[in-house]
Ligand binder design. Structure first.
Ligand code: G3H
Ligand code: ZN
Length: 283
C-alpha cells in the first residue's frame, strides 16, 4: 500500500542516503518510476504537483500510484508536491495521498508556522507525512515561477525554530537550488544544510534536484539531505527521445511507439538517481 515518508526517511537520515521524489506527470512517468524502483530495490516517492493533478485527475493519480505501490511491493509514498493551500492538502489526504507538502514559503514566517501546524495536525491524524518549505526556491515548475532575485535563502535559525514548532517530517529549505535546468552551476549553501540538519531530527529536502552535479548531491546527503526532488531531467530525457522518433518517422502515429521509448529514457534516469542517492537496495 502507499506509505507515509516517515516509513523510510528516518532510516535514510540514520544510514546517510536520500530517497528520490520523482514527479508523476502521466501513465508512462508512473510506470518508468516504479519499474526503476523494482530494478533498483529502492523506496521511492511519487510527487504529484497541483498542475499534474489537474492534468491527470486527482482520482487517477491516486489509482495509478496505489496500483504501482501494491504490485511492486516497494515502500512507496504518494506525495502532494508544493501544496498551495490547507484546502488542497485536505482534498489530497481524503483522496488517498500518503504524504503532503504544504508550501507556505510565500506567507510570513509566523503565518507559515500557523498554517503548517494545522496541516500537521490533520495529516498526522490520518497517518500522512508532511513536508514544509522555508525560504523561496527559485526557478519555474508548473504554476510556480520564482524570479532569481525573489529566491530567498532559508535562515538557519528560523528553520530550526520552524521545525521545533511544527514537527514536520521533512524540511525543504532554500539553499541555492532552483527548479528546472540550471543556467550555470548552482551555488549550494552547504553551511545552511549542515547547521539546520544538526539541530533538527528530520531530513532536509533538496528541491530542484535536476542538473545538480553528482558531487554536490553526495555532499548534501552527507550533510543531512534525505529527500531529493527530480522532475526536469526526466522530462528532458523523455521529450528528447520522443522528438527524435517523431522527426525521423513522420508516419508514426501509434502513441505507444514513441511514448514507450520515452518511458525507457525516464526509467534509466531514475535508476541512476537511485544509485547516486544511495537508496538502491534499501527497499
Ligand atoms: O518539486 C519538484 C522538484 O523540485 C523539481 O525540480 O524539476 O529541477 O528537478 P527539478
Ligand atoms: Zn520543488
Amino acid at each position: 500500500p502507499l506509505v507515509p515518508m516517515s516509513d523510510f526517511l528516518p532510516r535514510a537520515k540514520k544510514e546517510g542516503f536520500a530517497v528520490g521524489q520523482f514527479n508523476m506527470n502521466n501513465l508512462e512517468f508512473t510506470q518508468a518510476i516504479i519499474q526503476a524502483g523494482i530494478e533498483e530495490r529502492s523506496p521511492l516517492i511519487f510527487g504529484a504537483s497541483e498542475g499534474a493533478i489537474r492534468y491527470m485527475g486527482l482520482n487517477n493519480v491516486v489509482a495509478l500510484a496505489k496500483i504501482a505501490a501494491e504490485e511492486s511491493g516497494l515502500p512507496v509514498a504518494l506525495h502532494l508536491d508544493h501544496g498551495s493551500s490547507y484546502e488542497m492538502v485536505i482534498k489530497c489526504i481524503r483522496a488517498g495521498f500518503s504524504s503532503v507538502m504544504f508550501d507556505g514559503s510565500h506567507y510570513s514566517f509566523e503565518e507559515n508556522i500557523r498554517l503548517t501546524k494545522k496541516v500537521v495536525e490533520a495529516a498526522h491524524a490520518a497517518g500522512v507525512s508532511v513536508e514544509a518549505e522555508l525560504g523561496t526556491i527559485g526557478g519555474v515548475e508548473d504554476d510556480l515561477n520564482v524570479a532569481d532575485e525573489d529566491a530567498k535563502l532559508a535562515n538557519p535559525e528560523e528553520a530550526i525554530r520552524f521545525w521545533e514548532e511544527t514537527k514536520v517530517d521533512a524540511m525543504a529549505i532554500a539553499v541555492g537550488t532552483a527548479h528546472g535546468m540550471y543556467k550555470g552551476e548552482p551555488k549550494i549553501r552547504f553551511d545552511i544544510i549542515e547547521k539546520v540538519s544538526k539541530n533538527i531530527e528530520v531530513p532536509i529536502v533538496l528541491h530542484g534536484g535536476s542538473g545538480v552535479p553528482d558531487e554536490a548531491i553526495v555532499k548534501s546527503i552527507s550533510l543531512g539531505v534525505g529527500k531529493i526532488n527530480v522532475n526536469t531531467e526526466n522530462q528532458v530525457a523523455s521529450s528528447k527521445v520522443i522528438r527524435e522518433l517523431l522527426e525521423a518517422n513522420p508516419d508514426m502515429i501509434d502513441p505507444r511507439k514513441y511514448l514507450g521509448p520515452g518511458r525507457e529514457a525516464i526509467k534509466e534516469v531514475v535508476k541512476q538517481k537511485m544509485r547516486l542517492f544511495g537508496s538502491s537496495g534499501k527497499a
